[in-house]
Design a protein around this ligand. Sequence first.
Ligand code: ADE
Length: 225
Amino acid sequence: MRIDIITVLPELLESPFAHSILKRAKEKKLLEIFVHPLRQWAINEYGQIDDYQFGGGAGMVMMCEPLANAIEFFRKERKYDEIIYMTPDAELLNQSMANALSLKENLLIISGHYKGIDERIRRHFITKEISIGDYVLSGGELPAAVLADAIGRLLPGVLNDETSALFDSFQDNLLAPPVYTRPAEFRGWKVPDILLSGDPAKIADWRYEESVKKTAERRPGLLND
Ligand code: ADE
């Protein structure tokens, strides 16, 4: 899979892909991530990519021309399955969306800034809009990194058995069960006996029950989905 990210602040995206699982995915050539500074497509020598909003109001808006030129440049290079805009006023990212996106070949992600991007770009170029949660961040870079991470770790071969995504929270609309490691007793706090029983079927049942219990307590809405 290839992910291209267009951003005003490429520096913010240097670290997230340089470590751990996404680094391994890149080394194994399972995932390529390219970060492109939008200022390459600025409208003048001052590097302008934003302007005041029509109708008045605080905050700058990212202009059509740099974004349209950037998107058209990349669209000429290859066919994108989705052109994604990260924005809080969109559908919420969830595991099934990440699963679906992990099956794609090429994704182009636009990180917004300031008040957001001109609505005409959203209407005419963007094919999918994603929010990572009901809160507002100062830009779309961290959301783009979150999305790339959620997708990248699902690509076949990226995770090994020990870190398999199959047992993650949300894979079955259930939160993950509790986990324990050695020692079996710490300050008098014991690991549940069943996990030490060596009986895989009983352990699987226990984990499932714990997942259902936790989901009912913390996120009952997931059980109805
Ligand atoms: N940009 C700013 N806040 C965001 C959010 N919650 N999700 C996606 N993009 C954003």
